[in-house]
Design a protein around this ligand. Structure first.
Ligand code: PEP
Ligand code: MG
Length: 567
């Protein structure tokens, strides 16, 4: 049995096919005719771009627009003037095209790898993928082709690159196993979009698993079992069957209202990072957008996006949601989210540092650009402004004063805007939780960010394996905090939602119903399951369970109680 990262849920059983990386070794040599060598490079680049475009087109139909954009992004990166200049410069210095490509791409790859932010590190994987593609063209070597596979194939590969996934014979893939990558890698994102069970980062899997072996890929638990015993195989076949039936049964909840067993209406919303995520949210039946992480707009740019650029992005989401609520969080920079062009000073303790609303209130002119764009987008739908990392009332008042200032400016300029735009607070710090009553007097709504709330409450970094046991929503301290926030919001008559990962936890959902949570916001594929869970519980049953959960002393007791009660 091999343990890896549970990157895409489900159980796949099939025969192993180890996809071997192409041999891209070459003899570096000096070139005399540099003009001809540059042309040779350009020709290889052109073929690479043509093939990549074809893959992107195929992917658009077979997987989805977002995923196709990853491929289209490869073309832009491959043609990046900085990269082209570096390659031409090296060829002018006598390097062969292969060497020039390897040197320049490695330089860019290392640059991206040195950045703290996950989004930029993903770019490093893209650069490596591009290098393989262009190098293969220069050397005339075939890259791994996964477009025609025997039925029930378990694909084992060192790294599943976006270009491999673009052409993968989806119908015949039972599961994917890789030696690298985490839950947020592109391979994981694409595997989830394709709904193929995947376990990533299984050390040495390319040598440990051999062609023709039977393997079970448990993408829910992150486990791979090679050559299983008869009873284990039968057990997993039953589990795979149950998983498929369970998933099919969720379809019955498509298009239905989200209500508890006793008819209390709830809202199921989606978390997004870009306007391009909206079609997928709607496809999965999202009733609202509970969190648009606007920082991705800033991360994907090389300089601050202008008011117009931001307005267009926010308006696109507001219009696509056709009047349904769209909560847009203002720039949540800092902590784990670095934006290089903002040139923020390195800090000893960035999670407790100059980040989110603290940064925005220091750079007011910059912040007003975003607030103006949000107010203007509000004229095209139900846009709501959310302030991240609030710790005191003063911050909320300061943002609201800026919003008023922006309204006056827009009025004077004769631009359309939403004069009644709601301004809400992201409840994700213990400080905010402790003054939830006071914040509820200032805010139009609350949304609980459990990802940070758990971390700050338990003093446990979400990425630190050594203390991952402490990073759990089931700790009594976290549960009490969540209850306090919801109750104070409800008492003040404002909408209370949750946009942290915990909103999609079926074990926790009955407690959230008991506390009075109104909106549950999550990633798109979790929506139907949440609708089912909500439908299975009445308020009275939830209250009974919540009373027992709140009487527990340890996270273990809470979790055991919720697991025993799960439906
Ligand atoms: C949260 O903290 O729960 C949250 C939703 O925000 P992020 O994960 O972007 O910090
Ligand atoms: Mg947060």
């Amino acid at each position: 049995m091999y343990q890896g990262v549970n990157a895409s849920e489900g159980i796949g059983i099939g025969k192993v096919m180890v996809a071997v990386d192409p041999d891209l070794t070459f003899e570096p040599h000096e070139v005399a005719d540099t003009a001809a060598e540059k042309e040779r490079y350009q020709a290889a680049l052109a073929v690479f771009c043509e093939k990549t475009q074809a893959q992107a087109d195929h992917m658009k139909v077979a997987v989805g627009e977002n995923e196709a954009e990853i491929m289209a992004g490869h073309i832009i990166l491959a043609q990046d003037p900085g990269m082209t200049d570096a390659i031409n410069g090296a060829i002018d210095g006598g390097a062969c095209a292969e060497q020039a490509l390897v040197d320049a791409s490695t330089m860019f790859e290392n640059m991206f790898l040195s950045m703290d932010d996950e989004m930029f590190r993903l770019r490093a994987a893209d650069i490596a993928d591009i290098r393989t593609g262009i190098l293969a063209e220069l050397l005339g070597v075939e890259v791994v082709d996964l477009s025609v596979l025997p039925e029930n194939t378990v694909v084992v590969v060192h790294d599943l690159t976006p270009s491999m996934t673009a052409t993968i014979d989806k119908e015949h893939v039972a599961g994917i196993v890789t030696e690298t990558g985490g839950r947020t890698s592109h391979s994981a994102i694409i595997a989830r979009a394709l709904e193929i069970p995947a376990v990533l980062s299984v050390a040495n899997s390319c040598s440990a698993l051999r062609n023709g072996m039977t393997a079970i890929v448990d993408g829910s638990k992150g486990v791979v079992i090679a050559e299983p015993e008869g009873d284990v195989l039968a057990d997993y076949q039953a589990k795979a069957q149950a998983f498929a039936e369970d998933k099919a049964a969720l379809e019955a909840f498509r298009g239905q209202e989200t209500v508890t067993a006793d008819g209390i209406k709830k809202i199921l919303a989606c978390n997004i990072g870009s306007p391009n995520d909206v079609p997928n949210a709607l496809e999965h039946d999202a009733e609202a957008i509970g969190l648009f992480r606007s920082e991705f707009l800033f991360m994907d740019a090389t300089e601050l996006p202008s008011e117009e650029e931001q307005f267009q992005a926010y308006r696109k989401v507001a219009s696509a949601m056709k009047g349904a609520p769209v909560i847009i969080r203002t720039l949540d920079v800092g902590g784990d989210k670095a934006i290089p062009y903002l040139a923020m000073e390195p800090e000893e303790n960035p999670f407790m540092g100059f980040r989110a609303v603290r940064y925005c209130l220091e750079y007011v002119d910059q912040y007003k650009v975003q607030l103006r764009a949000l107010l203007r987008a509000g004229a095209f739908g139900d846009v709501k402004i959310m302030i991240p990392l609030v710790t005191c009332v003063e911050e909320v008042r300061a943002v609201k004063a800026l919003v008023e200032e922006c309204k006056h400016e827009l009025e004077a300029e004769g631009l359309k805007y939403d004069e009644n735009i709601e301004v809400g607070v992201m409840m994700e710090t213990p400080a905010a939780s402790l003054i939830a009553d006071k914040l509820a007097e200032e805010a139009d709504f609350f949304s609980i960010g459990t990802n940070d709330l758990i971390g700050y409450t338990m003093c446990a970094d979400r990425g630190n394996d050594h203390i991952s046991n402490l990073y759990q929503v089931y700790y009594p301290a976290v549960l009490r905090s969540i209850k306090n926030i919801i109750e104070n919001g409800v008492n003040a008559g404002i909408m209370v939602g949750m946009c942290g990962e915990a909103a999609a936890d079926p074990l926790l959902e009955p407690l959230l119903i008991s506390f009075g949570l109104e909106e549950f916001s999550m990633s798109a594929p979790s929506i139907l399951r949440a609708r089912k869970t909500i439908s299975q519980w009445s308020k009275a049953e939830c209250d009974e369970l919540a009373e027992k959960a709140l009487a527990c002393s340890t996270a273990e007791e809470v979790k055991a109680l919720l697991e025993a009660a799960a439906r």
